[in-house]
Write a protein that binds this ligand. Structure first.
Ligand SMILES: [Zn+2]
Length: 299
């Protein structure tokens, strides 16, 4: 196989198998993943995990209908304590990891994040935030979610995720409630057939082949209907205004102490490492404007 990793497109494509109730989505990440990770010097094993997490989060975000952001977090007491991927309905994402850099960071998710927990949070632009917690009881991220789907939605779902830390690919298949095909035996036969075909996907194919080529390779004898492609981009939603708001949440005395000791206040975005600097003057303005906005009175 030739290595197409230089030109691999960052995109997702949804598809359905005609005359069945099976939907799917395939995605590939290349430059967007590298952009998301470039501000950090992550060890390879951590980049690999984050690549898988990003692919997983982006696939999940299409199974949950929302306008806003969806965050997938993995926490553990192991060498990798935290992985976060935040994605939006506009198909952008950002990611970060926290880990013990004195530990031996080799191995897969099971070894790096033992007894971990996955938290999925959906923050819709309108409506209430909701959260789901999934124990990391499987060796793979895909396995954890397959169990979750089975238990929570009763929709059989299979996931294939792969990442080398620079490129990543994901495939999701989901059996929807009966609509096109109501005969149980036929439904099961279709599901078994397409999941068996999908099982033949290799990590190398997921990381180097465009999604259309992957789907042709897997399902050339099936009637697959592809929907429009969606481009995936890295985008960090941090801003000077949001950072200022975070600063405003600190005690004024604490802020003054930092100003006295450091001269200016530097706040780095944990996701993209962009640095926001606030001078004494900026701080005065910030607190003055917030004070008036929230109607606070001075004693
Ligand atoms: Zn940022």
């Amino acid at each position: 196989m030739t290595d197409n990793s230089m030109t691999l497109t960052d995109k997702a494509r949804r598809f359905v198998f005609d005359n069945t109730d099976i939907r799917g989505e395939a995605i590939t990440l290349n430059s967007s993943l590298q952009s998301a990770l470039e501000a950090h010097a992550y060890p390879e094993s951590v980049s690999v995990l984050l690549g898988e997490m990003a692919t997983c989060a982006l696939l999940l975000s299409t199974t949950l209908k929302f306008e806003g952001t969806m965050t997938l977090q993995a926490r553990s007491e192991g060498p990798v304590s935290l992985l976060v991927v935040e994605c939006t309905h506009n198909r952008t994402f950002r990611a970060l990891a926290r880990f013990d850099d004195t530990a031996a960071l080799s191995g897969d998710m099971h070894e790096l994040m033992p007894k971990g927990q996955l938290v999925v949070t959906v923050d819709p632009e309108k409506g209430k935030r909701y959260q789901g917690i999934i124990p990391m009881e499987h060796e793979t991220l895909a396995g954890c979610f397959e169990t979750y789907f089975q238990q929570s939605e009763q929709l059989p779902t299979r996931l294939w995720l792969s990442s080398n830390g620079k490129q990543a690919g994901g495939l999701l298949l989901q059996a929807l409630p009966p609509h096109e095909e109501k005969d149980d035996a036929k439904r099961e036969e279709s599901w078994n057939r397409v999941t068996m075909l999908a099982n033949t996907i290799t990590a190398a194919e997921q990381q180097t082949l465009e999604v259309e080529d992957q789907l042709t390779r897997l399902f050339h004898e099936e009637d697959v209907r592809l929907f429009d492609e969606e481009t995936i981009n890295f985008n960090c939603s941090c801003s000077r205004e949001r950072t200022g708001n975070a600063l405003f949440n600190l005690e004024r005395a604490e802020v003054d102490q930092i100003l006295e000791e450091e001269g200016d206040i530097h706040m780095d975005c944990h996701f993209c490492s962009r640095r926001y600097t606030f001078t004494q003057d900026d701080v005065e303005k910030l607190f003055a404007s917030h004070g008036s906005n929230t109607g606070q009175t001075l004693h």
